[in-house]
Design a protein around this ligand. Structure first.
Ligand SMILES: C[S@@+](CC[C@H](N)C(=O)[O-])C[C@H]1O[C@@H](n2cnc3c(N)ncnc32)[C@H](O)[C@@H]1O
Length: 251
């Protein structure tokens, strides 16, 4: 979106400066039920999408490797990276929302990963890490919530070391005839209804669905990634285009 001082919160047009607080309120409300709802709403598919991201990252089994999982929430990507890599890998979950981080810390303790995965409060638009400090920077289902996406992309570039990799999972657009109508029905009817029934909060889930529709298509997002200075930008679609997995490198 051009810098008009306005942005979208789902289908609403709002002042750019209001968006983060509104997003924070959504994740404050859904944090406790976040993981359960992910399984329920995706029929467990989010696990396969996250596995695909970590397979693409292919963290080394030997040697030091620093990964930051931005907007990492309750730690799903970080835990998978920790499981797939060697003992000298350091994984940081960086998220703006203390409620999501609190759930993540408990989950890390339960998995015996308290010493491997670190949880840090931080904004994707101003990452609390030095320049060139990370071997990889991942963000899953987070970027569409960030008010100034271009600023966050420049931050990912800044914190990556030359040769470091950027990976992003985000919902995309289903263009397959027939499947698109089904997906629309599911998104706008079933998801808010389930949100209301299970989490007692239909509005938050309506925002999540609407924000998916507002997010740029994969090719447009790929251009934004390149504009931030990252190279060898590519993406592949998963599950008929429900999700796009983007990859780029800092060269
Ligand atoms: C849909 S959740 C994704 C969580 C996790 N990555 C996953 O895949 O399960 C989106 C996360 O983005 C976080 N978030 C929103 N705006 C952010 C920002 N500006 N900086 C960092 N995190 C942010 C939210 O707090 C929330 O935890």
């Amino acid at each position: 979106m051009p810098d008009t001082g306005e942005t979208h919160f789902g289908f609403q047009t709002i002042d750019l400066d209001r968006k983060q607080a509104m997003v924070d309120d959504v994740f404050h409300r859904v944090a406790r039920r976040y993981d359960l709802m992910n399984d329920l709403l995706s029929g467990g598919l989010h696990r396969a999408w996250k596995d695909a991201m970590v397979t693409m990252l292919n963290p080394p089994r030997k040697g030091r490797f620093a990964v930051v999982d931005v907007a990492g929430g309750t730690g799903d990507i970080a835990f998978r990276v920790a499981a797939a890599s060697g003992p000298a890998t350091a994984v940081i979950v960086c998220d703006i929302n203390p409620d999501m981080l609190a759930v993540g810390r408990v989950r890390a303790q339960e998995r015996g990963l308290g010493g491997v995965v670190t949880f840090v409060a931080g904004n994707a638009e101003a990452l609390p890490f030095p320049d060139r400090s990370q071997d990889a920077c991942a963000i899953a289902f987070g970027i569409r919530n960030v008010p100034r996406i271009e600023v966050a992309l420049r931050e990912f570039h800044r914190v990556l070391r030359p040769g470091g990799r950027f990976l992003c999972l985000e919902f995309s657009t289903v263009d397959v005839p027939g499947l698109d109508a089904l997906y629309d029905f599911y998104s706008f009817n079933v998801i808010p209804a389930l949100g209301r029934a299970v989490a007692g909060d239909g509005d938050s889930y309506r925002y999540l669905v609407e924000s998916i529709r507002r997010f740029p298509r994969p090719s447009a997002f790929a251009e934004m990634i390149a504009k931030a200075g990252l190279s060898r930008v590519s993406h592949r679609l998963l599950t008929g285009g429900v999700v796009a997995l983007h990859s780029a490198w800092r060269l």
